[in-house]
Design a protein around this ligand. Structure first.
Ligand code: ADE
Length: 420
């Protein structure tokens, strides 16, 4: 890849690109960078690059001709190298927000040219004539586009093969998959009374991976709820537990699995609703009726899992990363009494480590479930809804939907993020 920077301060940009990781990678010819002085392309004696803005106002504006000629020279160099025309990006505070997705997109080009504005800006006509896009690195105004162009160059060049010692390097870091990076620690084990989280000293790589994943989700949820919401929409977690031989949980993905989930949900709802629902309502709880509801919940951020015993689906549970809710916890009649419900609840809760106190709801008539939930650390947390036959035609007797919330045991390791 080749990155060109068109600027009034080429030495400044070149110094940065010659240092550290990028400098070493450039010396190994993993990419090329070229910084061009706009002033060299002026046609006036004074080598002036800016002029007063039409319409008045303070500050000066970079005029079109030197920038245009500089860009033509870069295009010609690319042609001579047999490259495609460079993708031209203007760095301006008025540009579209820059992010990791854009870095990955730019990293695919063979040649990218970054144009740095200065003073009050650049004549819009040269942007319109040459620019493929305008990009801003954040909602603040810099005195010039140099720092912004270096931010873009750095984030794009680090993605080039071989630049980071290990390819895996860039996948683990912040934003690789829409999550912020987990916290890192190095020696000593205890520094000024602060210990490294014990799990990192176990040498158990699987446990460490799980812990890091949890920390990433906790951080993202507390620091960047916007990123977290996006992540939840596309990432129902898929790592599954291994229990008894032949016993398994699977993420509901295929059409057949959705159908089975709808059948289980219908059976479960009928069983739970039997003591309180009218016969009409109970009869309406069919797989056909519940499938669209489950699919809508899925669109709203829920992931559903089926429990299998020897390849036969006999339980289901749903989790919502966005809200920290657990729901649709059902076990088929034949498989009840084997502890599957408890296992699935534990599984679902562990899917939501980023929610310190996940919630679920349960009908007050479902005393067996309430007793189980209490044994597993769930406590009543208010009433979600009240169903009164005088007002609600679907119920035969008065009942309440209770909210319960999980309270972790006090000696659980609590990260700095959870504390604040
Ligand atoms: N030039 C001035 N401010 C800028 C910003 N925030 N991003 C990109 N270029 C700029």
């Amino acid at each position: 890849m080749r990155i060109d920077i068109v600027t009034l301060f080429p030495e400044l940009c070149d110094t940065f690109l010659s240092a550290s990781i990028l400098g070493r990678a450039r010396a190994k010819n993993l990419f090329e960078t070229h910084c061009h002085q706009i002033r060299d392309y002026t046609l006036n004696k004074q080598k002036q690059t800016d002029d007063y803005p039409y319409g008045g106002g303070c500050g000066m504006v970079l005029y079109a001709q030197p920038i245009a000629d500089c860009l033509r020279a870069v295009q010609a160099q690319c042609r001579e190298q047999g490259r495609a025309a460079p993708h031209i990006v203007f760095l301006t505070a008025a540009g579209a927000p820059y992010d990791e997705a854009k870095a990955r997109e730019l990293a695919q080009y063979d040649a990218v040219t970054l144009v740095c504005g200065h003073y009050e800006g650049i004549d819009q006509r040269v942007i319109d004539a040459f620019g493929d896009e305008e990009v801003s690195i954040g909602d603040y105004v810099l005195t010039g586009g140099e720092l912004a162009s270096l931010v873009v160059a750095d984030s794009v060049l680090r993605l080039q093969p071989g630049v980071l010692a290990e390819e895996k390097g860039y996948q683990d870091e912040s934003y690789w998959d829409g999550l912020l990076e987990y916290p890192q620690y190095t020696r000593p084990e205890v520094w000024e009374g602060r210990a490294v989280p014990p799990v990192l000293l176990t040498g158990d790589h699987q446990k460490i991976e799980v812990w890091r994943g949890e920390q990433s989700r906790i951080r993202t949820r507390t620091r960047r709820p916007d990123l977290y919401d996006q992540w939840c929409a596309t990432h129902p977690l898929t790592e599954l537990p291994k229990w008894k031989r032949g016993e398994n949980m699977r993420l509901v993905k295929t059409e057949e699995q959705w159908q089975r989930a709808a059948e289980l949900a219908a059976e479960g709802r009928r069983a739970v609703g039997a003591p309180v629902g009218t016969p009409d309502v109970l009869a309406s709880l069919t797989a056909e009726a519940l499938l669209p509801q489950l699919l809508q919940q899925h669109k709203d951020g829920w992931a559903f899992y089926l429990h299998f015993t020897k390849n036969v689906p006999d339980g289901m549970v749903g989790v919502c990363h966005r809200t920290g809710r657990i729901g649709c916890l059902f076990v088929t009649e034949v498989s009840r009494g084997k502890g599957i419900g408890a296992k699935m609840l534990d599984f679902a809760r562990k899917k939501l480590p980023e929610h310190t106190n996940p919630t679920l709801t349960v009908l007050n008539t479902n005393t067996r479930a309430i007793a189980l939930y209490k044994r597993m650390g769930w406590v009543p947390a208010g009433t979600e809804a009240v169903y009164d036959p005088a007002k609600d035609a679907f119920c035969a007797v008065y009942c309440e939907e209770l909210r319960m919330s999980y309270r972790p045991p006090v000696n659980d390791f609590v990260s700095a993020d959870q504390q604040c």
